[in-house]
Design a protein around this ligand. Sequence first.
Ligand SMILES: Cc1cc2nc3c(=O)[nH]c(=O)nc-3n(C[C@H](O)[C@H](O)[C@H](O)COP(=O)(O)OP(=O)(O)OC[C@H]3O[C@@H](n4cnc5c(N)ncnc54)[C@H](O)[C@@H]3O)c2cc1C
Length: 309
Amino acid sequence: MLTSATAPHRRSFCHQRPFLENGQSKNAPYVLHYTTTTRKGAPGEEDYGSVIGADGANSRVAKGINAGEYDYAIAFQERIISDEKMKYYENLAEMYVGEDVSPDFYGWVFPKCDHVAVGTGTVTHKGDIKKFQLATRLRARDKIEGGKIIRVEAHPIPEHPRPKRVLDRVALVGDAAGYVTKCSGEGIYFAAKSGRMCAEAIVEGSENGKRMVEESDLRVYLEKWDKTYWPTYKVLDILQKVFYRSNPAKEAFVEMCADEYVQKMTFDSYLYKRVVPGNPLDDLKLAVNTIGSLVRANALRKEMEKLSV
Ligand SMILES: Cc1cc2nc3c(=O)[nH]c(=O)nc-3n(C[C@H](O)[C@H](O)[C@H](O)COP(=O)(O)OP(=O)(O)OC[C@H]3O[C@@H](n4cnc5c(N)ncnc54)[C@H](O)[C@@H]3O)c2cc1C
């Protein structure tokens, strides 16, 4: 998203060069170069007062402000359609955990209107992604057998926010900023929400377009974002680190998810995109049960290690 403005000195937008170049006036607008789809790729350019980089994980805008890199997972997904079997997934999504489908994430079957998306992801073993995808397909074999693959997708998924998300009058949102949550890999809501929050900050800071925004106006969006969602990202980060690290830890996770209190807390947190406050007594029980599950998982891991020696 871009907001228009006019000013005496123009600055070129180019992903290989930083937005702020020496000798340029601080209030100069950004010049965005583009090609149109309507007039056979005819090049054009336009001035903008501020830029919101909503251009995804491989963001050019992020490169333009030297926003820095992030660790990323590679996600692989096949969209499969079949007449008879899709009924099974009409109201159902599946998640698979285990070293076969992913050493550090999960495999999934998500219903998508008239077809299903079957996929998996990994941060640590990106070179093996096709092997994990095959295993995921095998897990769902009975339900997707005979289905036709209509699309294959592979894409990076950011693991954490970029070191820099705002510079001057440029802000990053969504995958460009690195707003996918750990554990679930959810990013659509956070992309839309961050775009909205950033746009609201610009409208407010510019007094509805009456003045040019400044970096401090865009920082209002960052502060609000971090205050609202930092705990969500932190909790999911911890959950992924604790429970996705080995098969026994994943077993402990599955065991924990059988608890109705965990299901309610998880459901509410996904629904409201925040860590919902729990009941202190139930939280204590959950902590004890979690430790119990992890201890059992650890004992199981040791037994498995003995067997494999
Ligand atoms: C396989 C897979 C499965 C996923 N499943 C889920 C899921 O089930 N639920 C969920 O919440 N999240 C999921 N995610 C994550 C989610 O897709 C992303 O977090 C989300 O789409 C980010 O939105 P975005 O708008 O920031 O970026 P994107 O969706 O990547 O959109 C960026 C847009 O910018 C355009 N663009 C880029 N560069 C330029 C340019 N130079 N000029 C013009 N346009 C440009 C691109 O064409 C694209 O349309 C999944 C991701 C993957 C890879």
